[in-house]
Design a binder for this molecule. Structure first.
Ligand code: HEM
Length: 187
């Protein structure tokens, strides 16, 4: 139920960079561990040599039926062997965003920013999963996670650059871009 991303001293992904995009950064840590659990201890107490971000893969808020069908027919799942590049992009949106109604947010998210329509062409190269965490009391509203083959690295840069130019992103008040490579055990 809970997915935990822990930046620290051990884990299956080696962190290559942590870039603050908007707002407060996250401390650099050498490794990222990604784990699932049925329960977590709250509050998420900060530690000096690790950070822990927890989210839940929740139900869809904005996606309409034809979009869902389209996504399901083209998207790839996480865990592909060749997808050894990972990106964890935690995001917090402003109070102004949360003060909008669901309909107003959908209008900005899709009718004006085309988040889904313009991202579809990046599938199946980029596999993705969105985790919600606004109601868990952490520093972010969303944890977004992506996996892709190193050959698709520039495609991923194109995708994030496109989204960051949208009206939706004018509501993003904190964003950090964590990049990692999967540690492949040899022998
Ligand atoms: C691989 C291409 C992508 C596709 C197909 C895609 C698709 C989607 C869809 C369908 C949703 C809506 C989920 C719902 O109905 O609640 C969503 C939400 C979201 N996506 Fe993407 N996305 C992509 C890339 C990205 C990237 C690169 C980022 C971050 C840089 C991102 C950040 C978000 C965030 C923060 C939300 C939650 C928005 C909110 O609820 O306010 N997405 N995405």
């Amino acid at each position: 139920m809970f997915r935990t991303f822990r930046g620290g001293q051990s884990g299956g992904w080696r962190i290559t960079s942590i870039s603050p995009v908007t707002g407060e950064p996250l401390a650099f840590m050498p490794t990222l561990s990604v784990t699932d659990s049925e329960a977590i201890a709250l509050p998420l107490v900060p530690s000096r040599n690790a950070w822990r971000l927890v989210g839940v893969a929740s139900s869809l808020r904005y996606t309409e039926r034809p979009e869902k069908q389209h996504l399901t027919s083209v998207q790839a799942g996480l865990g592909r062997l060749e997808a050894t590049s990972g990106a964890l992009i935690p995001i917090r949106k402003s109070q102004a965003w949360w003060d909008l109604t669901q309909e107003e947010r959908r209008r900005i998210f899709e009718d004006k920013s085309h988040h889904i329509a313009n991202s579809l062409r990046f599938l199946p190269a980029i596999a993705r999963q969105l985790y919600h965490c606004r109601d868990l009391g952490g520093p972010f509203d969303f944890l977004t996670w992506f996996e892709f083959a190193p050959a698709h690295a520039s495609l991923f840069e194109e995708l994030v650059a496109m989204l960051r130019r949208t009206e939706e992103w004018s509501y993003v008040e904190r964003e950090v871009d964590v990049r990692a490579v999967k540690e492949v055990l040899s022998g």
